[in-house]
Design a binder for this molecule. Structure first.
Ligand code: PLP
Length: 390
């Protein structure tokens, strides 16, 4: 029976890692996989996480099951960081822990489907796993153009919302859009929030990079605006980037209900979906995050480390923008975009030439991880782009 299964396409980014590893050129540059890197090319464990893990080791006295909602101390401790200290609708919000932001997206979309959603409207391009999750859940997808000429394509978004049907939901990236780095301004978020409310369209918000763009508060402004305007919303959250916990799979899922009395029934659906998928989320990373957020010194240390990460990515972006143009590529918009990613408008042949002739490895879509650039390699990168796109 199993022999009837067709081979699935290999993950292109994982294939790229292998090609990069096999390349013997000393000056090779890896801009593929989406993890933060220091100026030395490392992805170290945050010192605040190490501190919390030490505490966890000393104090944890049981590893008995916690339940499908996971560590609710973690879920509650994150709330003021996501929603701010005096969020008006906070009593209409409840959450649960999930295995990474991916688990959060999965429960959000599955819950939307269980509530009657048949199609999800989403921008193109998007994180490829969004479309895979919709497909796996047998949901229709309607796409709109996310960006045009280096900024958000608001006309396309307005038209998509105007055309939405009664069983549609819309998926929006909260900040640091993957793969473009192109985010909505606060004014645009205000307009989007009002359009969603007027259309009664359910938002599924994906906040996977809070703190990697302009700051923890700045990066949550859009999510806060939407969730204080609409009656109902779903939010998937990842701690894997802003705490550097990638492989520990730390995420959460929050629901904004029209009335707080509805939350227990809604969240019981979240628990049922989790039971059927992963039963319970892994504990370790979320427990470390909770320990950080319950301790003022560790919280300060974590926020300082996040500031350093963000400052380094801003430096790289400033340097790209200062280059002006490289061949046919206008680098100036990268300066104001946000997060780990940017898209280079290069053809497949140009991307291949970057790899073959200059040892620059990037996704076939043209996406680069800006954190792969350092003071040591950025000039070479800009020259290489200029040479392949001249
Ligand atoms: N959402 C977006 C937009 C992402 O880019 C990612 C990860 O790349 C995720 C969600 C999921 O992150 P996690 O690793 O926490 O599952």
């Amino acid at each position: 029976m199993l022999s009837t299964l067709p081979a699935q396409p290999a993950d292109a980014l994982l294939a790229l890692i292998k090609l990069y590893a096999a390349d013997e050129r000393a000056d090779k540059i890896d801009l593929g996989v989406g993890v933060y890197r220091t100026g030395d090319g490392a992805t170290p464990v945050f010192a605040a996480v190490k501190g919390a893990e030490r505490k966890l080791l000393e104090t944890q006295d049981s590893k008995a099951y916690l339940g499908p909602e996971g560590d609710m101390g973690f879920v509650d401790a994150l709330k003021p960081h996501i929603f701010g200290k005096d969020f008006p609708a906070i009593d209409r919000i409840d959450g649960m822990q999930t295995p990474g932001g991916t688990g959060g997206v999965r429960v959000a979309v599955a819950m939307a489907k269980a509530a009657g959603v048949t199609r999800v409207i989403m921008g193109n391009p998007s994180w490829p796993n969004h479309a895979q999750i919709m497909k796996d859940l047998d949901l229709g997808v309607v796409t709109f153009n996310h960006a045009r000429d280096g900024s958000v394509d608001m006309d396309a978004l307005r038209a998509a919302i105007a055309d939405a049907g009664p069983t549609d939901a819309i998926l929006l990236h909260g900040c640091c859009h993957n793969p473009t780095g192109i985010d909505y301004t606060i004014e645009q978020w205000g307009e989007i929030a009002a359009l969603l409310r007027d259309k009664d369209l359910l938002p599924i918000l994906d906040l996977a990079y809070q703190g990697l763009g302009y700051g923890m508060d700045e990066d949550a402004q859009g999510v806060r605006l939407v969730m204080s305007t609409v009656p109902e919303a779903l939010l998937a959250y990842s701690c894997d980037k802003n705490f550097g916990l990638y492989r520990d799979r730390v995420g959460a899922f929050y629901v904004l209900a029209a009335d707080r009395s509805q939350l227990p029934a809604i969240m019981s659906n979240g628990a049922t979906l989790a039971r059927a998928s992963w039963s319970m989320p892994p504990d370790h990373g979320a427990a470390a995050v909770r320990i950080i957020l319950e301790d003022a010194d560790l919280t300060r240390q974590w926020l300082g480390e996040l500031d350093d990460m963000r400052a380094r990515m801003r430096q790289v972006r400033d340097r790209l923008a200062a280059a002006g143009t490289a061949g046919s590529v206008d680098m100036t918009p990268y300066g104001t975009q946000s997060g780990l990613f940017a898209m280079l408008p290069l053809s497949n042949e140009q991307i291949q030439a970057l790899r073959d002739d200059h040892a620059v490895y990037m996704a076939g879509s043209g996406r680069i991880n800006v954190a792969g650039l350092t003071t040591g390699n950025i000039d070479k990168f800009i020259d290489a782009v200029a040479s392949v796109s001249a």
